[in-house]
Design a protein around this ligand. Structure first.
Ligand code: ASP
Ligand code: MG
Length: 394
């Protein structure tokens, strides 16, 4: 019996014909090693953004069902093109939409979840030794309507298909060569990690590093599928995400400046008002984090939101709570991630040291087995990140 691998190629890897040729050759490399090869593709380049834009030109709020019909077409173009290319190169392939591949979904349009995968069609094609190319980011719900999985959802398709097929590995090929010890655009000696655990990777991406779709890591962890993040274009080792390896080293430091600290006050207060505000925000798609309640007899709370939510947030508060006073300022969050980080007390001491040297005090701190995160009262430059990286990782 052949082992199965799943290879996922992102939008930038499929952007034009030249790149599609590189992708086809990567696929062939695996096929020639005698693997069962299942490929998951994203839409080419910025196709999804373009489709959203075009729909909005036709209607301010496009019909949700039809929006998913439209958005799912981007991935279908990629799968057909790769298939055509591989056929010309002499390989037998079959391209499948999400629903043809048996991917059943549940939940809202544009944000559905994979419910289960009926792999019989995929399996039948693999038995014929065909290369199976599946459109990522999509499936079909109970009503046989097309749904999409949320932006960046092709990663999730890939790992879910790998889990359903009990594949050996799931490769996520993209224009980034792996997971780094910090943002290589900000710190020049950032190094690529050989391996990280699922837990660490979940922390790294939820702190704002945009490498992998969070949901794909959860699936990988649950079904024990090793995920390998790797460059499509450069021939170098990527990063493998797999089970925890016991140590106390810091794997990655993530700095996020796109955060605002909001302060809300009002003399008018009732005992469940904070709960009410949090619920109201979440219902309207705004997540409040790092919340601190400073008073028991008036409203005096602070919390953070993502900077790009400011206009929406301001508007919501003004309409729903016209009596509340609001102020805000830019802050930075720095998270140091590594399972067992607290086993070495030096990690925390060094962080405090470097912040003190830079005259920066902390507004909020969060400590867990795999993370030390601080919210700083002001934005700090990349120099702080560089110093931390130098002391704690390099
Ligand atoms: N094409 C979709 C998007 O741009 C899905 C993906 O790329 O993973 O969000
Ligand atoms: Mg992506």
């Amino acid at each position: 019996m052949h082992s199965t691998v799943v290879l996922k190629f992102g939008g930038s890897s499929c952007a034009d014909n030249e790149k599609l040729n590189i992708v086809a050759n990567k696929i062939i490399e695996f096929y020639e090693l005698d693997y069962n090869v299942v490929v998951i593709v994203s839409a080419q380049g910025k196709t999804t953004d373009k489709l959203i834009q075009e729909a909005k030109e036709l209607a301010d709020v496009p019909n949700e069902r039809e929006m998913d019909v439209l958005l799912s077409s981007g991935e279908q173009m990629s799968m057909a093109k790769i298939s055509i290319l591989l056929n010309r190169l002499g390989y037998q392939t079959v391209s499948l939409t999400g629903w043809q591949a048996g991917i059943y979904t549940a939940g809202a349009y544009q944000d559905s979840k994979i419910d289960y995968i009926d792999t019989s069609r995929i399996q039948k094609e693999l038995e014929k030794h065909h290369i199976v190319i599946i459109a990522g980011f999509q499936g079909m719900n109970q009503n046989m309507d097309i749904t999409t999985l949320g932006r960046g959802g092709s990663d999730t398709t890939a790992v879910a298909v790998a889990a359903a097929l009990s594949a050996d590995e799931c490769y996520i090929f993209s224009d980034v060569a792996g997971i780094y010890s910090t943002d290589p655009h900000k710190v020049s000696n950032a190094k690529k990690l050989e391996r990280v655990s699922y837990e660490e990777m979940l922390e790294i991406s939820s702190e704002g590093a945009k490498v992998l779709h969070n949901r794909c890591i959860e699936i990988g962890k649950k079904f024990q599928i090793p995920i390998i993040a790797k460059s499509t274009f450069r021939n170098e080792e990527g990063t493998i995400i797999q089970n925890k390896i016991e140590d106390s080293t810091i794997k990655s430091i993530v700095k996020n400046d796109a955060i605002l600290r909001i302060h809300l006050t009002s003399p008018q207060y009732k005992s469940t008002m904070v709960n009410e505000i949090v619920t109201f925000c979440v219902t309207n798609g705004i997540l409040t984090q790092n919340l601190v309640n400073n008073s028991t007899d008036s409203l005096d709370i602070s919390f953070t939101i993502k900077s790009d939510k400011l206009a929406k947030f301001q508007n919501l508060i003004e309409t729903q709570y016209p009596k509340i006073e609001m102020s805000y300022h830019n802050v930075t969050r720095i998270a140091m991630i590594g399972f067992g980080i607290l086993n070495n007390e030096n990690n925390l001491k060094e962080l405090m040291n470097i912040l003190a040297q830079n005259n920066t005090d902390i507004a909020c701190m969060e400590v867990s087995e795999s993370k030390i995160a601080v919210l700083l009262n002001q934005t700090v430059s990349d120099v702080v990140l560089e110093q931390l990286h130098q002391k704690l990782i390099s």
